[in-house]
Design a protein around this ligand. Structure first.
Ligand code: PLP
Length: 420
């Protein structure tokens, strides 16, 4: 309560804006995840790896737009690409452009895909991948995993999602990181079109899929003629070729999004040529795939610049090695406390758990110390760190190591202060 009171005193302008916002947005919010009680801090601007609030506080940004903000808020090459595109090319042109072929070609070679299609978001990429898999296999059912998140209307805490491209009865939910359950549900259910899985569950936050689990899925899917669809919307940043490169996986289809649009709304899905051909409009029976902004010029140009000139495979390797170093430091200070650190590379999950267990294989293993986590979030804000309330860090390129060490120091201070 004291932390909440301090928060209110520190952010009077945000409170004022929030009171206006609730008049036209439910709860004053258009992205549920970003809601924070008692009200959200309103961000005014971002520069590099920092954001500044309407109340004039500057924070080191660890939200990193849930991994989409990899390039930060003012990467010069991306800014030039955007301004140049606005000035010389124009916005959506209502026609095919060479920008999309250029970006597609680069993504295909980096992620070892034959053909891809663009969408507006990762959610759409997953919906289309499933639809494509159903068409290609002529089967109906889709296996997903508890704790999975594949988009706004499309998550699997315990239950089945809102109606979308799969009938309610055709979702089969298996336990994440349970090799035997995955094998059984994929191999014994019958009529499986696709198995859709994240190599690391973002919602966990950051529950890492084991090598055995992910390879079992690949093997079982192959065995029954179902498509193995790897959701790399978050994990594609973990190396030059994504998590599949790190784990030696060969999915039939891969879905991606986030930073690959250079900070502009983006998604894509793709994989083996014979599967993606179901979308080839030269074939009269092709599956339709549309979306007004699928080839928007800004995303195509900024994404291509980002991937070709900024986030090269070498940069990806070094950046994720830095993330691994940070995670280890956090793990060290968490020993013997209720704080548990999960994640890979530049995506890190911070948990406060009643039993302080240090390994999480499923979101079901998580007994949250809710009050401690809330308090942590308030105190990190006071120390100048912008972090999602659920405790996921998505690092931004160019964040100085000193800032990461400062975070470790502040987290350590928090743990001592509250005898966590
Ligand atoms: N899949 C995963 C693994 C995600 O983390 C997300 C978003 O966080 C999505 C899909 C949905 O992407 P978008 O928010 O672009 O629709």
């Amino acid at each position: 309560e004291a932390a909440k009171a301090r928060f209110t005193v520190r952010n009077p302008t945000s409170l004022k804006f929030h009171e206006e916002a609730v008049k036209s947005l439910p709860g004053g919010n258009t992205r549920s995840l970003l809601h924070t009680a008692p009200f959200p801090v309103f961000i005014k601007s971002g520069k590099g790896y920092q954001v500044t609030s309407e109340d004039g506080h500057t924070y080191t940004d660890f939200v990193g737009e849930l991994t989409a903000g990899l390039f930060g808020h003012s990467q010069p090459l991306i800014q030039d690409a955007l301004v140049g595109t606005i000035r010389d090319v124009g916005l959506n042109l209502g026609g095919t452009t060479k920008l999309e072929a250029q970006h597609a070609s680069l993504i295909c070679s980096r992620f070892n895909l034959d053909l891809i299609r663009f969408t507006n978001s990762g959610t759409e990429a997953n919906l289309h991948a499933i639809q494509g898999a159903k068409r290609f296999t002529r089967k109906r059912k889709v296996v997903v995993f508890t704790g999975g998140y594949h988009g706004g209307c499309f998550s699997f805490p315990e239950d089945k999602p809102a109606v979308n491209c799969v009938d309610q009865d055709d979702w089969i939910i298996a336990e994440y990181n349970d090799v035997e359950d995955a094998r059984r549900k994929i191999e014994e259910s019958g009529d499986i079109a696709a198995v859709l899985v994240e190599g690391m569950q973002g919602h966990g936050p950051c529950i890492v899929g084991t090598y055995e689990f992910l390879h079992q899925i690949q093997e079982s899917a192959r065995k029954v003629g179902a498509l193995f669809v790897l959701d790399e919307v978050m994990t594609s940043r973990l190396s030059g070729g994504g998590l599949q490169q790190l784990e030696g996986l060969k999915p039939d289809l891969t879905t991606m999004g986030k930073y690959l649009g250079g900070g502009i709304t983006f998604g894509c899905f793709g994989g083996r040529e014979e599967i993606m051909r179901v979308y080839d409009p030269r074939d009269g029976n092709a599956l339709g795939h549309s979306g007004t902004f699928n080839n928007n010029t800004l995303g195509m140009a900024a994404g291509y610049t980002g991937l070709s000139q900024v986030y090269t495979p070498e940069v990806a390797r070094d950046f994720n090695a830095m993330g691994d170093r940070l995670r280890k430091k956090l793990q060290e200070i968490g020993q013997g406390t209720k704080m548990t650190i999960t994640g890979r590379g530049t995506i890190i999950g911070i948990h406060f758990l009643k039993d302080g267990r240090k390994e999480l294989k499923s979101f079901r293993d998580r007994q949250d110390e809710v009050e401690l986590r809330e308090l942590w979030w308030f105190e990190m804000m006071e120390d100048g760190f912008w972090i999602t309330k659920r405790g996921m860090l998505a690092l931004i390129l160019g964040t100085p190591w000193d800032e990461l060490e400062r975070l470790v120091g502040c987290v350590s201070g928090f743990l001592k202060r509250h005898e966590a």
